[in-house]
Design a protein around this ligand. Structure first.
Ligand SMILES: NC(=O)c1ccc[n+]([C@@H]2O[C@H](COP(=O)([O-])OP(=O)(O)OC[C@H]3O[C@@H](n4cnc5c(N)ncnc54)[C@H](OP(=O)(O)O)[C@@H]3O)[C@@H](O)[C@H]2O)c1
Length: 240
């Protein structure tokens, strides 16, 4: 029987590529999204992958959403915590709301989703969790204390949960992308982006498919010995 996977933020950007890569690896995929209905519908119509709307920062919504996916598709074997947002600004200008919202969604979302699916994976003796961190969680970034803290937290969360899952066949890994050509990076002013690309040794932004390939690798049936690790895919920008 095919594995059931949930990809949060799985209808566009990096998440869309992950949903497709896991489907191509033979999994039955549920793609979660926050509110962009038009994109979610276009994605589902084009790919046949079911899309489910809920806010990963809302604890109860995650429990309910994952229960719905399990009832529709079967017990969840694979979780990719990919949903993420930015609310950039230097500390002096960053509001408490911008701090809180990024922690709530990016880091809180990982906890909420793991709470929903980890117990079942543990009971069934098999699971794969991949948390999407960031180069900016590893190296820090000007104007991103909220995002860097949330992403850095994801790396700690991963290593702690990996220890809890190891005896039960549940692997937990992080993947830290560098700069990838999605809507999130399209929001960076061109003159800033130009300076960023100049610091990437391969000389270009990454593609979502290049990240998805790493996620599929970590979620593979024969990936049972890879746990608590961070896969850094950044074109050589930060050799961690
Ligand atoms: N792009 C990069 O260069 C880069 C680099 C390092 C790490 N990352 C990380 O990679 C992940 C994906 O980034 P991306 O560039 O593909 O982002 P993106 O293009 O902005 O897409 C974000 C996705 O997350 C969903 N989402 C946002 N808030 C959510 C919430 N509260 N609940 C459920 N879903 C939510 C969005 O849903 P809607 O479509 O409904 O809005 C969308 O599907 C993020 O965690 C990001 O931090 C990205």
């Amino acid at each position: 029987m095919s594995r059931v996977a949930i990809v949060t933020g799985g209808t566009r950007g990096i998440g869309e590529a992950i949903s497709l890569a896991l489907r191509d690896a033979g999994m039955t995929v549920a793609a979660n999204y926050a509110g962009n209905e038009a994109k979610a519908k276009e994605f589902s119509d084009r790919t046949g992958i079911k899309a489910y709307r809920w806010d990963v920062g809302d604890h109860q919504a995650c429990l309910d959403g994952c229960a719905q996916v399990a009832s529709d598709l079967g017990p969840v074997d694979v979780l990719v915590n990919n949903a993420g947002i930015t609310r950039d600004g230097v500390l002096q200008k960053m509001s408490f709301d911008d701090w809180n919202e990024v922690i709530r969604v990016n880091l809180g979302g990982c906890f909420n989703m793991a709470k929903a699916v980890f117990p079942g994976m543990r009971e069934r003796g098999w699971g794969r969790i991949v948390n999407i961190g960031s180069i900016n969680g590893q190296a820090g970034q000007y104007g991103q204390v909220n995002y860097a803290a949330a992403k850095s937290g994801i790396h700690g969360f991963t290593k702690a949960l990996a220890q809890e899952g190891a005896k039960f066949g549940v692997t937990v890994n992080a993947l830290a992308p560098g700069y990838i050509d999605t809507d999130m990076v399209a929001a960076v002013p061109p003159q800033v982006l130009e300076k960023i690309v100049a610091k990437i040794p391969v000389g270009r932004l990454g593609h979502a498919e290049e990240i998805a390939r790493g996620v599929a690798f970590l979620c593979a049936e024969d990936g049972g010995f890879i746990t608590g690790s961070t896969l850094s895919l950044n074109g050589g920008q930060h050799m961690y």
